[in-house]
Structures are given as C-alpha cells and as structure tokens.
Design a protein around this ligand. Sequence first.
Ligand SMILES: [Zn+2]
Length: 331
Amino acid sequence: MPLIKTTAMFKKAYEGGFAIGAFNVNNMEIVQGITSAAAELNSPVILQCSAGARKYANSRYLVHLVRAALEVSDIPIALHLDHGPDYATCKSCIDDGFTSVMFDGSHYPFAENIAKTKEVVEYAHAHNVVVEAELGQLAGIEDDVKVDADKAHYTKPEEVEEFVSKTGVDSLAIAIGTSHGAFKFKPEQCTRNADGVLVPPELRFDILAEIEKKIPGFPIVLHGASSVIPKYVKIINDNDGKLDDAVGIPEDQLRKAAKSAVCKINIDSDLRLAMTAGIREHFKAHPEHFDPRQYIAPGRDYIKELVMHKIKTVLGSEGSAPGIMELVNQY
Ligand SMILES: [Zn+2]
C-alpha cells in the first residue's frame, strides 16, 4: 500500500464525526509504537515530522521508516510535515515523498500569510501533495516553534473564508485555546479536579462553531492537543523525573472537537511523556541494564498503549481504515 494524502481520511472523518490522529515521529521505536497500535485497531494514522525531527534523524531515514511501517501494517498512512517554516522546507519534503505538508505562516500579517501559503500550495498540488496552513497563533513551545502567551491569539472567523479561497489550501489549523508543549497553562489559569489534576479553561467551541459556519465541510486541524496524561507524568515523577504542574487539554474536550469539523488532532507531547515514562521506569527498576533494546522497548510499549487509548477514546477513528481505502482511489 502506498502512502496516501489526507483527503480521503478527512472526508470520512468529517462525515463520520471522528478525527485522524497526527502523531510526531523522530525514530524507529516511535513509528513502530504508533503504527502497531493503529494496525491493531484498524485505524488510519498521520505520521508527521517537524523540521526539528528532520534535522535530528535526517529526512531520508524518517521517510524510509514510515515506508517500512506501511509494508508491515495494512492501514492507510499519510506522511506530513509539521510546521514547515518556509517554501524551501515544504518543497524539500514534497520532493522527499511526503504526501502532505504544513506551511506555518501564522506569524506573518494576513496578506503575507496568504501569499506565502499560496506559493506552497501551487508547488504541492502540482506534485499531488496536500497543504495545511494556519490562522491565529497558539501559545507554547514545540521544537523550533515558540510563541509567548501574550502574542498568542485566537483565529478570527471572519478571515477564514478569504484565506481558504485565496490560498487553495486543503485544511486549516486554528487557534481556539490549545497550546504546544507539556506545560500548556500556568497553574493560576486552571482549577483542580477531585484528583488534584489541573484543569485548564475550556476550549473556545464558540469560535470553532463560527469557523465551521463560514467554511462548511472544510477540514479543521487542532495543534497542541496533547492531554498530558496524568498516568505518564506520575510514572516519570515517581522514577526520579521532575515535571511539576504539567497540564494538557482534557480528553472530553478533544472528543467533542473530534465530533465537529476538526478532522486532524496533533499529538506530540503525550508521545514524549509515554516514552520517557517507560524508559525511566525501566532504569529505576534495572539500574544494571545497558542494552538500549532493554530500556527503549518499554517506552515503545507505552507509546502503543497511549495511541490505542487515543484512537478509542479521543479520536474515534477505530475501524475506519477500510472505508478510507475504498475512497482513496478517487483522490
Ligand atoms: Zn503545532
């Protein structure tokens, strides 16, 4: 099975009230953990690489790791560039065989964001690749992307129609209160639930609804949508880690978003936490171990467990692979 674009995935997701998980990959074990989970649940999946991941692993390694995953797991997979900073990076990924790229011009003035996004769309579409762009800015830090809380701003619904029609983009990332990283909100912005877990302010579903009204049927993307699952944070802290007041987006809010126009939900921090939890737990229990297979495998197991949980309880994409494969030849 070849790598596919996200077009058929998003069409099915929009109609079916679910979302496709877009998981960030940096190495072999992360690719294996994610795709074995998706294959077991017959779910499509988007594997995405940031510019930082391409620098770390070398883009060619990532492309071939993802191709290997395709050979061993019979599910629809798209390979996506996360936060492409410029035309050259997007072009390089398209030339490398990516089936989807994001151009992130969200920090540019509106007209400049349109012009730069359009340039990427023209090259991508000529090569049968789809493009995600962004309007509005999320707070937080992820790899090379850093936005201070005072610079972050919600997407303006009145801009989306013009942006989509002038750029020809295929999906749109919006800012409605999600945030990059494992420390999405300051404790004073949150309340605490009965278990002592920090709960952030609710996502702006009113803005999402307005956007959906302006561009009905158009796929929306949520970045910064890790839940910072307390289980993995606790394992890390119980095994000599130190993550104080890590806070994410509650899963019930993400599930609600997945049922709407949101067709792609990005998850990176949760993968990092799961892998770190597995490795830390192993080292604490087995300080004498020094074979990397011994300590990386538990990290991979936690990634698989996490992705299965996301597919079942947050994304709702379980069992949707066959329907997407039927549709994929039309695009
Ligand atoms: Zn992002």
